[in-house]
Design a protein around this ligand. Structure first.
Ligand SMILES: Nc1ncnc2c1ncn2[C@@H]1O[C@H](COP(=O)(O)OP(=O)(O)OP(=O)(O)O)[C@@H](O)[C@H]1O
Length: 329
């Protein structure tokens, strides 16, 4: 390890009554890194993020933000730009007044930079917060998180509610700020955007980290799909069973089982493909393709199988009830 991590969680745990929303989470963010924080609805991402910021007290475990405990040393939060998943804005203010009040909390911001962000994201500063659509509230929160050029950005579902053009513009801005050295923790359901920007990914399911590693490694370490088109009548039931029995075969889809065209097999495979290629060497095939696995394919297996982490707990809509969360800053 080189420089000390700017964010470190060790055995971080949050219980709500008898329900454990986050359990023994270990996570590190190195300076300049972009960490994707992925997980299905109710997995515990927002709960973990609020503890990282000192907005909610852990039931067990520790958080160190820039080496400090953010619950005790509240001033470290000023080094973080945060866009919460659930926005709480003061409806009485205009957009411009909201930005001014956040800037004051920061002790001032570079107004030219703020105005560029406002223009690029299409924020209408003269509007009242009260009448803003979900997407426009989100854009305001993103300007708030970015405008002070923080060392660390913590973004909880930042593109939620944004139209595709604004999403693209926001991702372009994010790429620019990360290129200039800003560290990011990006919680998102949108795997393609995580894939575009994150060099490392943590997947959390039911409050527990189920994967943690460099994005490329996780993508390539996961099962990939081979599509084989056979000459002639194609494989019969016995052939299909033989492919399914190969070590490495995760699943086999054919026209019989559905999911593949006649004469084609779709074989989901984990690990080196040698056994599959040796088995195919004895057959007449027309084509063999293996699409580059994307994060979506890679992580579906982590998402599946364990429910949404909410079993026995309150609904995600109640998130935030215990926190001192004050909204975007
Ligand atoms: N204040 C609370 N009281 C009780 N349960 C809570 C509270 N906050 C969160 N939970 C529960 O903890 C679990 C994790 O919620 P959290 O909002 O952290 O998930 P998430 O991964 O951010 O989900 P999403 O992607 O849907 O926003 C959920 O089951 C949620 O209902």
């Amino acid at each position: 390890m080189s420089a000390a991590p700017i964010l470190r969680c060790a055995k971080l745990t949050k219980r709500f009554g008898g329900f454990t929303a986050v359990r023994d989470l270990d996570l590190e963010l190195e300076p300049g890194a972009v960490l994707g924080f992925l997980g299905p609805n109710g997995a515990g991402k927002s709960t973990a993020i609020r503890m990282m910021l000192g907005l909610s007290a852990p039931s067990a475990g520790t958080v160190r933000l820039f080496g400090e405990d953010p619950l005790r040393q509240r001033r470290v939060r000023a080094r973080v730009g945060y866009s919460p998943g659930e926005l709480r804005l003061d409806d009485r203010l205009t957009v411009a007044a909201t930005l001014r009040s956040w800037a004051r909390l920061r002790g001032g911001v570079d107004e030219a930079f703020r105005d560029r962000l406002v223009a690029r994201l299409g924020v209408q500063v003269d509007r009242h917060v009260r009448g803003l659509s979900t997407g426009n509230r989100r854009k305001l929160a993103l300007v708030g998180a970015l405008m002070s050029r923080p060392e660390l950005l913590i973004l909880d579902e930042p593109t939620n509610g944004l139209d595709p053009l604004v999403q693209n513009e926001f991702m372009a801005i994010l790429e620019e700020v990360t290129a200039s050295g800003t560290s990011v923790l990006l919680s998102s359901h949108v795997l393609s955007e995580v894939e575009q920007i994150a060099n490392r990914v943590v997947v959390i399911r039911a409050g527990v980290a189920v994967a943690d590693g460099p994005t490329d490694e996780l993508r390539h370490g996961a099962a990939q799909e081979f599509r084989v088109v056979f000459a002639g009548a194609g494989p019969d039931a016995a052939d299909i069973a033989a492919f399914a029995a190969l070590p490495g075969a995760v699943s086999v889809e054919s026209s019989r089982s559905g999911g593949a065209r006649s004469g084609e097999l779709r074989i989901r495979w984990s690990g080196p493909p040698g056994p599959l290629l040796r088995r195919l060497a004895g057959t007449e095939i027309v084509s063999l393709t293996a699409p580059e696995p994307d994060l979506e394919t890679a992580f579906l297996s982590y998402y599946r199988g364990g429910g949404d982490g909410g079993a026995g707990g309150a609904s995600a809509a109640s998130a935030g009830a215990d926190s001192t969360d004050g909204g975007a800053r």
